[in-house]
Ligand binder design. Structure first.
Ligand code: SF4
Length: 688
């Protein structure tokens, strides 16, 4: 560990805002070295000096008593070599008996770019398996698919977050940034904010206008608003003619989405839809942003497409001061989907079935292109196939806790239980790690160096600030240790891995080849794409990639006609209430980290079910009662909270604890393969 009072500039371990923070390692006390966290003011996302409660308390992750420090083999502590030898032996045996696709790899959107890249390479080169995907599939894959379809490229927010400060109007569909990433709200203090959410969330309470649709009807709402924009002659015809294709087809497809019909479907009054559209059309600078509320549906890609169509009709994307963006959630949700841990992608955001991409990666990896496996199963399909005939028999898990975070979680736990071998890399004993045959204790954020790409597409450098505890190794060491035993050499130094990643990404959509650790440090982050222009020139990075043209073959953005349809599961007599899931301020993702931090547990100690006073009265439920919530997939119990912030027909549960995802529906979006986390049908009863 560095000496006393050493201060290191780094970033928060949690969400995609990747707030800049400084960690000061102070004197050693009886309980360990004192760590102080303070916000950096040189990182635009939180330049105001803000951190949320999770960020302020992140230092406790480093000193937490529940930290894993010894490899475990069937629950017993063993030496590293014993555990690595055992896993390599079992992987080889399973591959020999069942073929390479019998081994699966499941990654995470919180892993650094270096780890995400190495994991993808390890799966394809050392294991030869196509069966790799990651929990980011559950995060922003619908927005990624819709952006790729419309713009030819997916970069969550294709503009710096500070552009929002100068906006006149921002529409946020299905995002609760006031709770998930509070410093974001400071960028919304200037514009009028329109929030679309079935709940009156903390963000909705700050909004100028709140549209509160029935869960699962955002797509109809976006269609209705575009219908109104056309009917009220608010379309930016000049922009549409110059910068887009396909508008006539979309215009025709909207004929049946007249506002009164949309009001009947969504519950949003026509006058509110018109107010929102007129507000957006009347100003110079307007943005439409989507979050998980709009995206985590079996029609998430089409829902985001409908919002992008609206943005295009109003002439927003690819202009200075306006645009469309996705508010990515996980810490490296953006970078995690660019460098190869996704089932259908190779590094640099290349498609795995593109022959030129395969040739390029084959040269980098020194193997014949035909040896690179093709696309594998998406995250839920992969979990669903575990231990089935023809499905994976072994799984390596990095930075993910699917027993809590996957839909139909009880079923997923059963599938995991059917594996011959589960190996987990984690720094605490998550609920999924507890099921593993082998657990490798690994380093965490401030104990290692690596790059993260935040929600703006800005590549940032997380620096090592403290020495890891005795006994732990980085994920890169674990992968290299296994690769060596399988006959391959893998780098373990993050800087060297990043150099290889830069070469691998060169020429791809997400081109990092001109980005170096030094540049990131000196420039407080670099936006991709940033090609390497050689020693005599330096590409500045690309904060706003669509200003001149979109990344489509003709440079124009594509309108895509889409149609609304009901949720995969509608309410009925047996399950008469909608369930929607989401986050609370104090916790992050599956809670494996934040549920171990005392102040966060104090702030939000237990799962709850939020229900409207009218529904509570109808069901004879009072605040504080234990409530049983059942769906066709399972059952969960939680404490009742009564609030008129929720619709009468809907209940809300946070997903940071075991329970909520036992209920959710794994119906998948046909394009993004995103499960329908945000709406399913449930029955709610007071627990007797
Ligand atoms: S907003 Fe996100 S990145 Fe910032 S401190 Fe909170 S959890 Fe960390």
């Amino acid at each position: 560990m560095p000496g006393s009072d050493v201060t290191t500039k780094t970033h928060c371990p949690y969400c995609a805002l990747q707030c800049g923070m400084e960690i000061t390692a102070g004197k050693v006390t009886e309980t360990g070295r004192e760590l102080t966290i303070s916000p950096r003011t040189d990182i635009p996302a939180n330049a105001s000096g803000a951190l949320c409660q999770k960020g302020w308390t992140a230092g406790e992750l480093l000193t937490n008593g529940e930290r894993l420090t010894t490899p475990l083999l069937h629950g017993e502590p063993v030496e590293w070599d014993v555990a690595l030898d055992y896993v390599a032996y079992r992987l080889s045996a399973i591959r020999a008996e069942h073929g390479p696709d019998a081994v699966a790899v499941f990654g995470g959107g919180g892993l650094t770019n270096e780890k995400a890249y190495t994991l993808g390479k390890f799966a394809r080169v050392a294991l030869g398996t196509s069966q790799i995907d990651y929990n980011g599939r559950f995060c922003m894959s619908s927005a990624a698919a819709a952006s790729t379809r419309a713009f030819g490229m997916d970069r969550g927010m294709p503009f710096p977050i500070t552009d929002l400060d100068d906006a006149d109007v921002v529409m946020l569909a299905g995002g609760n940034v006031a709770e998930t990433m509070p410093p974001f709200v400071r960028h919304l203090s200037g514009p009028r904010v329109i929030v679309i959410d079935p709940r009156r969330t903390q963000t909705a309470k700050l909004a100028w206008l709140h549209l509160q649709p029935t869960p699962g009807t955002d797509l109809a709402l976006a269609l209705g608003m575009l219908h109104l924009a056309i009917a009220d002659e608010l379309v930016d015809e000049e922009y549409v003619a110059a910068r887009t294709t396909g508008f006539d087809e979309v215009r025709t497809s909207l004929a049946s989405w007249w506002p009164e019909r949309v009001e009947r479907i969504t519950g949003v009054p026509v006058h509110q839809m018109r107010q929102a559209v007129r507000a957006m059309a009347a100003v110079d600078k307007a943005y439409i942003l989507t979050g998980r509320g709009a995206e985590q549906h079996a029609k998430g890609t089409d829902t985001v497409t409908a919002f992008i169509n609206l943005a295009l009709a109003l002439g927003l994307p690819g202009t200075h001061g306006s645009g469309y963006g996705c508010v990515t959630g996980q810490g490296n949700g953006q970078g995690g989907r660019e460098h190869g841990q996704k089932a259908d992608q190779l590094p640099g955001y290349r498609k795995i079935d593109d022959p030129a991409a395969r040739e390029h990666m084959a040269r980098i990896w020194g193997i014949p292109a035909e040896e690179i496996p093709g696309p594998g199963r998406s995250a839920y399909e992969l979990l669903d196939a575990l231990g089935t005939p023809g499905g994976p028999r072994a799984m390596l898990l990095f930075g993910s806790n699917p027993v809590i975070s996957a839909p139909a979680a009880e079923h997923v736990a059963e599938r995991i239980g059917a594996l011959d071998l589960l190996v987990a890399c984690d720094f605490v004993m998550s609920e999924t790690a507890a099921l593993a045959d082998v657990v490798f204790p690994v380093t965490q954020w401030a104990e290692e160096t690596g790059t993260m790409t935040n929600l703006e597409g800005r590549v940032l450098l997380r620096r090592r600030a403290v020495t890891p505890p005795e006994g732990v190794r980085s994920d890169l060491d674990v992968i290299a240790g296994l690769a060596e035993r399988l006959g391959h050499h893998f780098e373990t130094e993050p800087a060297e891995v990043f150099d290889e990643l830069r070469r691998a990404s060169q020429g791809g959509l997400a081109d990092y080849s001109g980005i170096t650790y030094d540049r990131i440090a000196n420039e407080t982050g670099v936006f991709w794409p940033c090609p390497d222009e050689g020693p005599s020139s330096r590409h500045p990075g690309t904060p706003r990639p669509f200003l001149d043209s979109f990344a489509t073959p003709d440079g124009r953005a594509r309108f895509v006609p889409v149609q609304h349809r009901p949720p995969a599961e509608e309410v009925d007599e047996d399950y008469p209430v909608y369930l929607s899931t989401g986050r609370v301020l104090a916790h992050y993702q599956s809670g494996a980290q934040t549920r171990r931090i005392a102040p966060l547990v104090q702030a939000a100690p237990e799962p709850f079910v939020e229900l409207h006073p009218d529904l509570a009265e109808q069901l004879d439920i009072a605040a504080g009662d234990i409530v049983r919530v059942s769906s066709r997939r399972g059952e969960a119990k939680a404490v009742a909270r009564i609030s008129d912030a929720i619709r009468r027909d809907t209940v809300f549960m946070p997903f940071h604890w075991e329970g909520a995802n036992r209920l959710t529906n794994p119906a998948l979006d046909p394009t993004s393969r995103m499960p329908e986390f945000k709406v399913c049908a449930v029955r709610v009863e007071r627990d007797s």
